[in-house]
Design a binder for this molecule. Structure first.
Ligand code: IDP
Length: 140
């Protein structure tokens, strides 16, 4: 199996409720290694760019407002099939549909405040990692 890197965000609902350790424990227990991590406040422009694919959706402005409502933790996860594995550990976008044991089932507040982001393809992972991290920030 391929060793991959994927991009992860612990969203403002997670930092507000002091859940960063509990969520990161889920990644580590599943064999994903946190090889870069930084806590930051997203700007409105950064949030709009990051979620630009959703700019025509009715929830876009609410989503941007949520993503800048508090600090986030941006991170890089590394492991076998990390992109798909991370999506499994996260669970479905809407916590009401998420499987038992997933991060979103256990921690998400709503379909919007759903605690975590994870890249959905190798192309997205590469672009999202490069947007937030220099190569020297990532230590495998
Ligand atoms: P994903 O995060 O599971 O990949 P996407 O469809 O890419 O899901 O949506 C990006 C983010 O937009 C979601 O994680 C969630 O925060 C928000 N979102 C998605 N659908 C809705 C919705 O119907 N209402 C409000 N927010 C939504």
């Amino acid at each position: 199996m391929a060793i991959e890197r994927t991009f992860s965000i612990l969203k403002p609902d997670a930092t507000r409720r002091n859940l960063t350790g509990k969520i990161n424990a889920k990644f580590e227990e599943a064999g994903l290694r946190i090889v870069a991590s930084r806590r930051l406040q997203l700007s409105r422009a950064q949030a709009e760019t990051f979620y630009g694919a959703h700019s025509a959706r009715g929830f876009f402005q609410d989503l941007v407002a949520f993503m800048i409502s508090g600090p986030v933790v941006v991170q890089v996860l590394e492991g076998e099939n990390a992109i798909a594995r991370n999506r499994e550990i996260m669970g479905a976008t809407n916590p009401a549909n998420a499987d038992a044991g997933t991060i979103r089932k256990e921690f998400a507040e709503s379909i919007e405040a759903n605690s975590v982001h994870g890249s959905d393809s190798p192309e997205a992972a590469a672009a999202e990692i490069a947007y937030f991290f220099a190569g020297t920030d990532i230590v495998g």
